[in-house]
Design a protein around this ligand. Sequence first.
Ligand code: GLN
Length: 489
Amino acid sequence: MPAADPPRRATDVAAAVADGRTSARAEVDAALARADALQATTNAFTDLLGERARAAADALDARLAAGEAAPPLAGVPIAVKANLAVAGVRTSAGAAILRDYVPPETATVVARLEAAGAIPIAMANLDAFGMGSSSEASVHGPVRNPVDPARVAGGSSGGSAAAVAGGAVPLAVGTDTGGSVRQPAAFTGVLGVKPTYGTLSRSGVIAYASSLDQVGLLAHDANDLAVALDAMVGRDPRDATSLDVPAVFARDLRTSPAADAGAGDAPLAGLRVGRVVETFGEGNAAEVEAATAATLARLEVLGAEVRDVAVPAAPAALAAYYLIASAEASSNLARYDGTIAGVRVGEDGDGQVAVTTASRGAGFGREVRRRILMGTFALSAGHVDAWYARALQVRRKVSDDLTAAFGHVDLLATPTAPGVAYPLGARVDDPLAMYLGDADTVLANLAGLGAISVPADVPGGALPVGLQLLAPPLGDGRLLQVAAALQRA
Ligand code: GLN
């Protein structure tokens, strides 16, 4: 496959491998070459997995040659965010303290994708531990946006987004604690989905904020997302919060009018979409307002009914999110003590306190330290009621408001982010400006809801904008159906 014409769809690759038009090895070799070229312009990857990927491809080709039936993602090259464990491969989470960490086991979701025939060809760059919105806070250096390499790719799954948008792979795995799949998808012009909390196992995900963390996927094509989700869902005994979600995303997409070419011109007839009024207007870039309005109008053309709805607690969500996420991070990251986990700085004779202090001081970057300090403060005696406990109350109110809104509509719509991809460095010294970009995405994580970012309608040559759609609990299939309808239109 020529490098100038990378495969846009995972299912096309799998079909070609299945019927022998190509081999898994040829697809993996081509993807590795594309990834190598993309790395030079974007720094999307922490590591390319050449040897491991080629061995997996050869093994798959041998099984197919021996007559085994082709799995649904046969030979599909994928990128995996470097905070998801892949056995035998450096999984740094973008952090100095895990710079040399090679896990002994593979994250459940990645193992399930591999069982379905997908082949990880690279670990994708990210903000350390997923803390950030621009993929600049990485020990491996910043990720650049393939759409405009002077700009950020978004974050924290910026490497995964760049890998898909830059054409190295048709599908990438990310994680989304407060928008880290959806916002980079918006900044690079691809689809990014974070399903309902519990849909995808977190076993093997390097924990950031466990009550918010969820695995997500990036791709160009809604059906690819559906096929990959089918491979990844299902209860995992290793994650007590995982749910037994049935693998029917692809089937439901196929049978939905939205994905049916013959469904006439109103494939979304009957769908009620609520435009969350608090997230539009003031505070958004003009191009975000224009692009999201155009895409909402397109939904109406496709038969949906778009109406305004209120989520009164929405403006308070961001502050609650940053308190809760930081509080959980301060606890999750306590394990990196330089002795049991993490790069060790200092000698035995220095004593545990000195080793831990030196290791954490050297191994955590500025942003991670900020989160640990903020989170520890929010949980500390005398402050916990004023900060953490109040944040939990706001979380409940956000959730209640969203539930109430779903009493009137099937899906909710917001911009994915209030702005477009900004120049590298523009926000590294202004954390508040960085955080403000997450105002719309954190709603879904606080409430545990599934959400997707779909590319909105921008004029030719303009920077990408995302429209975010949120579904009621376990309504993720509907998100894919709307994405498919927009894709077709
Ligand atoms: N930008 C948000 C944060 O820094 C979200 C990150 C994420 O989803 N991992 O917390």
